[in-house]
Ligand binder design. Structure first.
Ligand code: ZN
Length: 250
């Protein structure tokens, strides 16, 4: 365990006071949710690039819905891990203004984080591609025929997550970016950020003078380029120690 780096990060957070965190798949692997790039579990049976693409949805929405129903079921069987809880606690301590996440598993919410920007959308929502109306997944307004949800306009609804071939939700992304840049540090957790526009967030943060703390299992393309502190290891082990450090009286 890299205790020196954790202490260094804690000092930085105390000094800078408020920041945001950016999380990717790596924070949820400790909850048993494999990175979709891996070949474990559900992802070995479904090719995400096929089932999670907007073209597949337009071609065969029922097939895509069956896949997302399985995904949702598998998420509900999991629980937030100590990493998710640590971030919720950091928010309560007043150090974290928001969690910006690429994940669609809903685990930050279940761990008690309040300010969450889900830049890849959420399974809690459904959207109509024709009339653009959005529904909560539990909405009574949604008509279900053969299990599939339909909009009031008659069109089949799409899960509220960002598909391959779709743009990120602009408003949420802009808000997440501007809140990040208003703050003084960013913690990158379990995210390799190889894909734009998400990768813009840490690089713009660095350019705007924010301190960058990175917690990842392996080094990434950001480690040597923008990270001021790099803590290598499992996020569910490191984050609780970091929070304990922040709670220590100095
Ligand atoms: Zn509609």
């Amino acid at each position: 365990m890299e205790l020196n780096q954790i202490k260094q990060a804690a000092r930085m957070i105390r000094e800078k006071k408020t920041g945001t965190v950016f999380t990717g798949a790596g924070i949820s692997t400790g909850s048993g949710i494999p990175d979709f790039r891996s070949s474990k579990g559900i992802w070995s049976r479904f090719d995400i690039r096929e089932y999670g693409s907007i073209d597949s949805f337009k071609e065969n929405p029922e097939k895509v819905w069956k896949f997302f129903s399985e995904i949702e079921k598998s998420f509900l069987k999991t629980s937030p891990n100590p990493g998710h809880f640590a971030l919720a606690e950091m928010e309560k301590l007043g150090h974290l203004e928001a969690v910006v996440t690429q994940n669609i598993d809903g685990l930050h919410k279940r761990a008690g984080s309040r300010a969450i920007y889900e830049i890849h959308g959420s399974l809690d929502e459904m959207v109509c591609l024709v009339c653009k109306k959005r529904y909560s997944s539990s909405s009574a307004l949604v008509k279900r025929e053969n299990m599939f949800p339909y909009c009031e306009c008659g069109e089949i609804l799409k899960p509220g997550v960002v598909f391959f071939g779709e743009a990120l939700p602009e408003k949420i992304f802009e808000e997440a970016l501007s809140l990040t840049l208003k703050n003084h540090f960013i913690i990158l957790v379990g995210a390799s950020l190889q894909v734009y526009p998400a990768a813009q967030i840490p690089f713009l943060a660095k350019r705007n003078g924010l301190a960058v703390i990175e917690i990842n299992l392996e080094k990434t393309s950001m480690t040597s380029r923008i990270s001021d502190v790099f803590i290598q290891g499992k996020t569910e082990e490191i984050l609780p120690i970091l929070v304990d450090e922040l709670k220590e009286k100095v």
